[in-house]
Design a protein around this ligand. Structure first.
Ligand SMILES: [Zn+2]
Ligand SMILES: [Zn+2]
Length: 372
């Protein structure tokens, strides 16, 4: 069933750009999935409608051909999945900021939000560049505590837009020529005059015929239909540097979504480090604790302490106070900046016994008498 984008936004077919924008903002606020009573499906629907009607070129295409003109493009035609977007939007912190693909978006104001996304998705208008760049992908992986300390290589699996295997991404049937686009004469940009009650405005946007590339296949590749793209499952090996910390992000340039005829975006992999009982990271240092008895603290002793390299012996001098921190040099995490390893800091805790045996009680009583 053809979609009625005008109806989705609740505007008249002759509505001005300003009216469409207003209607979208109002509805987006109303149905934002973050809000109580929000409706994700509805929000998606109005967003889709605005992606088309909010863009002069796309609205024109829609008026002429209906939504069939945009079929098969997915959300905003980029391969960024809606789920990712919603997750990013919902993951916004108190200040309304969320990090997506290495770019900061303000989710506090829906207007700014879509302004920002418009640029990312290539609907920002006016830029129409020939070197289209695919979207960045943001993903995260979880690694054990020790792999963060020592580094590791991890396999990840991504479903992403890649270059079509048949035409290598240029959209032309192999062996057929690619010629300069007649609509934009190779510039990739078209200028349109938009008439409103406030006067005429010139808008520049990506050429709808060549999608901003300036050239067109004479015969479209029959595998990708000329888009030059295919969605595929890609397995990637990610090298995690020794010393990475929870929340840090690795950038893999060119491993994001591919854009037809253009460059691929980047892949950002955020590392989540699983905690390990007894160990805590503080930069390059590792913090641990150890318990000793009163006698050990008073008389001194040698104790065994667990490190990420195995157990080591720690010498406790006589008269050690509870809370004393001992440094095991070089037993910390590798430094991300190079230059060796951090230390392990062991905080000693002197345990005061809660229950005493008869013999112990006698000895403490003796001790007590001596102290009087
Ligand atoms: Zn192809
Ligand atoms: Zn063109």
């Amino acid at each position: 069933m053809p979609k009625d984008y005008y109806k989705a936004l609740g505007v008249d077919k002759n509505a001005s750009s300003e009216e469409i924008k207003k209607a979208f903002r109002k509805k987006a606020h109303e149905f934002h999935p973050d809000k109580k009573g929000g409706d994700e499906a509805k929000f998606k629907e109005i967003n889709e409608a605005y992606q088309i009607l909010g863009n002069v070129d796309k609205r024109k295409q829609y008026d002429q051909y209906g939504d069939a003109a945009f079929q098969g493009q997915g959300f905003a035609g980029t391969g960024m999945r809606w789920e990712d977007f919603v997750r990013a939007a919902q993951g916004g912190q108190a200040g309304g900021f969320s990090n997506m693909g290495g770019v900061q978006f303000d989710f506090g104001d829906i207007g700014d939000l879509f302004g920002g996304l418009g640029d990312i998705f290539g609907f920002g208008g006016g830029r129409g560049s020939r070197q289209r760049r695919g979207s960045d992908i943001q993903t995260q992986i979880e690694i054990p505590f020790r792999e963060a300390v020592f580094g590791a290589t991890k396999e990840i699996s991504l479903f992403k837009t890649a270059a079509c295997g048949k035409c290598q991404g240029n959209g032309a049937e192999p062996g057929t020529p690619i010629t300069t686009c007649k609509t934009c004469k190779g510039s990739g940009v078209v200028t349109q005059v938009q008439r409103t009650i406030l006067g005429s405005f010139q808008t520049r946007g990506a050429c709808p015929d060549c999608r901003g590339e300036g050239k067109q296949a004479e015969k479209n590749c029959n595998q990708c239909g000329g888009s030059g793209l295919q969605r595929e499952n890609v397995r990637l090996s990610v090298k995690i540097p020794a010393g990475i910390d929870d929340g840090q992000t690795i950038k893999l340039a060119g491993q994001g979504e591919f854009a037809g005829g253009g460059m691929a975006g980047d892949l950002y992999v955020t590392i989540r480090v699983q905690p390990e009982r007894g160990f805590e990271r503080d930069g390059d240092d590792i913090l641990t604790g150890a318990k000793i008895s009163i006698a050990q603290a008073v008389l001194g002793d040698k104790i065994s302490v667990a490190t990420v390299d195995g157990d080591v012996t720690l010498k406790i001098p006589a008269g050690t106070q509870s809370g004393t921190v001992f440094k095991l040099r070089g037993c910390g995490a590798y430094s991300l900046r190079g230059g060796g390893r951090g230390d392990q800091l062991v905080t000693l805790n002197v345990e005061i016994p809660k229950k005493l045996g008869r013999e112990e009680r006698k000895l403490f009583e003796e001790l007590g008498k001596l102290e009087r």
